[in-house]
Design a protein around this ligand. Structure first.
Ligand code: WTA
Length: 635
């Protein structure tokens, strides 16, 4: 734990060093891991091509660092605690030794299915321990995991399986989510029917015991295959830059892209940021409520904590089941010390019962983290007072799927905190604010585009199968910089505050949704000509989804068509992308070149009619009045 920062002076010193000599700075941190062979070059700094490489020449296995490395000292320490959906169902705990054995068994099982180094393995699994075991098993043998959030539809799953050409899919029979039991295997079957020819096997973990259809040629039960394997599996020796995983995320155009992270840099970055952001101490119990289907689950339920030798808690259920005190009950039950969740959850629980947390003993809490979307001041204060009792710092962490780990946050007890501010860059991170022309703004008290000006070990290396897309999305807009897609403010003391996306990506309950994807889904309906999807401020979700839709005919039965549109979105993406508001319009405002004027629709969706501005360049200015008169603002 020598690289854990403890004081403000150490933070300042680490930060200074990381700027003056990034190579020496990161090499010192990397030295604390176990390598089969050390690197010959710390970083290849090419953010133009881009061709960023970290720890080139090194040989390593991330699971050796997550598991084997800890056995002598903490083999009997709990690595993973699993809290089931039902509060009275038995908890499961795995020590580091037990987790290593389970990972080896699953790794051997994958090998027996013909999975080899470099093959892609897709996960469509809810929050059961086997998803963690399976992910680590892939990393053990050098297979590339591609986890798909189990709330996505069969279509969305099929798209991702095909893009990654996954050989094996891991799933469960069903998913317990609060009071509901949701089919999982059935969705995988449906997806595979959509032309996923690369898939040779589906490995199913029996979670609920419900009935499933079975194809003897393809389907294998986890308990039949994994349980009989040897508990020993030598880690595959990986090159530093071998891909570790692909994770699909939405952008402003086109289909979701597979963000690719590689082995060594991601390992060093997630561990370092975990130790510093949460100030984890031996014996602490750490809980991140994210789903493993998102990057937060990858980096801060699994890799970061396990690399740091922590005890990480994984929760199967949802915050509102059996009641809205569940999170606080779980904190009380395990005496959780660091708690990491999303503002949406905080706002929903705050709205459900202001004083509900008072019923529980939350005195174990030392650090409270927030991630995924801007945290508004009211939620920040409630979190601080009710959950942190005013003496546990609230740490707002800004980062992205593409950054691999936390980039900007206060460090609890070390740097100060300020509501709504993620605040300070971590050592090794060089954020800059650019103006619209791509010029750096060096002063404080400014606002602009957030970019990063030097590589960091956890950054994405490419987008799967399409390097050009990676270049044009992130590196070409402002040459020499990584472009985040976010706007930010920097206050007079150098703290950063994230304002939000500047592209057509919306953030609904902390989930990234591309408006183009939702439009594509809506437009699949035969009675729809075109649509425009816009984000609007929503009290609980942060942003809601507003769809302006033009049908082929006069809509006489709006409720029926609305229902069908929601079904369409659920079918093509999943329920998380369902619009909150659907307004049928006669025409969408367009420029002479036929482009939809989204700026105008945004102002209407945001209920800021006075800011609509100039509409004289529209080919159909009358559309604006028509849309305004039919607009809805129920939230
Ligand atoms: C937003 C989630 C404000 C931001 C880890 C970013 C945030 C996108 C914060 C990435 C925060 C994430 N404050 N906004 N603390 N954290 N965001 O890839 O717009 O799912 O670009 O990664 O979420 O979402 P992603």
């Amino acid at each position: 734990m020598s690289v854990q920062i403890k004081t403000l002076e150490q933070y300042q010193e680490a930060f200074r060093k990381s700027i003056e000599n990034p190579e020496a700075f990161w090499a010192e941190i990397a030295d604390t891991f176990t390598w089969y062979q050390k690197w010959h070059t710390v970083v290849n700094n090419d953010m133009i091509t881009p061709d960023v490489r970290w720890f080139d020449g090194a040989k390593v296995n991330i699971t050796q660092n997550c598991l084997d490395r800890h056995i002598p000292e903490r083999g009997n320490q709990t690595a993973l605690i699993w809290e089931p959906n039902e509060p009275d169902a038995p908890t499961q705990k795995y020590t580091y030794s037990e987790l290593l054995a389970e990972v080896c068994k699953c790794a051997n099982a994958l090998k027996s299915l013909g999975v080899q180094k470099g093959d892609r393995v897709c996960f469509y699994m809810p929050m059961v321990p086997e998803v963690a075991i399976g992910i680590l098993a892939c990393a053990r043998i050098g297979a590339i995991h591609s986890v798909v959030f189990a709330g996505f539809s069969a279509n969305a799953l099929a798209e991702r399986i095909k893009d990654a050409q996954a050989k094996v899919v891991l799933c469960t029979d069903y998913n317990r989510r609060g009071p509901k039991t949701i089919p999982v295997k059935e969705v995988v079957d449906e997806a595979i029917e959509m032309g996923c020819d690369s898939v040779s096997h589906v490995l199913t973990y029996r979670s609920t015991g419900g009935d499933v259809l079975w194809d003897e040629r393809r389907d294998i039960w986890w308990h039949k295959l994994v349980d009989v394997q040897s508990t020993v599996c030598a880690p595959e020796i990986m090159d530093a830059e071998d891909p570790l995983f692909v994770l699909y995320t939405s952008g402003s155009t086109g289909k979701p892209k597979g963000v690719v992270h590689t082995t060594a840099g991601y390992m060093v970055f997630t561990c370092y940021t975990f130790m510093n952001t949460f100030q984890y101490q031996d014996g602490d119990i750490y809980w991140c409520t994210a789903d493993v289907g998102w990057v937060t689950g990858h980096s801060y339920i699994l890799y970061g904590p396990l690399l740091a030798g922590a005890t990480t808690l994984m929760f199967e259920g949802v915050p509102g089941y059996p009641d809205t005190g569940r999170f606080w009950q779980v904190i009380d039950k395990y005496k959780v010390n660091q708690f990491y969740t999303a503002p949406t959850a905080i706002r929903a629980l705050m709205a459900a019962g202001w004083d509900e947390p008072d019923k529980y003993d939350l005195s174990s809490i030392k650090v409270l983290g927030s991630v995924g979307e801007p945290i508004n001041e009211e939620a920040w204060r409630w979190y601080d007072e009710k959950i942190g009792r005013g003496n546990s710092p609230v740490i707002d962490t800004w980062w992205q799927t593409e950054t691999g780990g936390i980039m900007i946050s206060s460090l609890p007890g070390i740097t100060d905190t300020k509501p709504c501010f993620a605040a300070y860059p971590h050592p090794g991170i060089q954020p800059v604010i650019l103006d619209q022309n791509g010029q750096i703004i060096t002063e404080n008290n400014v606002e602009g585009l957030l970019c990063i000006q030097y590589p960091w070990p956890g950054m994405l290396r490419t987008t799967y199968g399409d390097h050009e897309r990676c270049r044009t999305t992130y590196f070409a807009p402002y040459p020499g910089y990584y472009f985040t897609g976010d706007a930010a403010k920097r206050d007079e003391d150098g703290r950063y505050r994230i304002i939000g996306r500047v592209d057509d990506v919306i953030n609904v309950s902390g989930h990234r949704i591309g408006t183009a994807e939702v439009e594509d889904a809506i437009n699949q309906h035969p009675e729809i000509v075109e649509s425009a999807v816009i984000g609007f401020p929503h009290d609980i979700k942060g942003q809601g989804i507003y769809a302006f839709v033009k049908a082929t005919h006069d809509v006489t039965q709006p409720e029926q068509l609305r229902k069908e549109i929601l079904e369409m979105v659920t079918k093509y993406i999943g329920p998380i992308a369902k619009p909150d508001i659907i307004q049928f319009v006669i025409q969408l405002p367009k420029t002479r070149s036929g482009k939809i004027m989204r700026r105008i629709l945004r102002k209407i969706a945001e209920n800021q009619y006075d800011q609509i501005g100039d509409i004289s360049t529209l080919i159909n200015p009358e559309s604006v009045e028509e849309i305004k008169s039919g607009a809805q603002h129920p939230f």
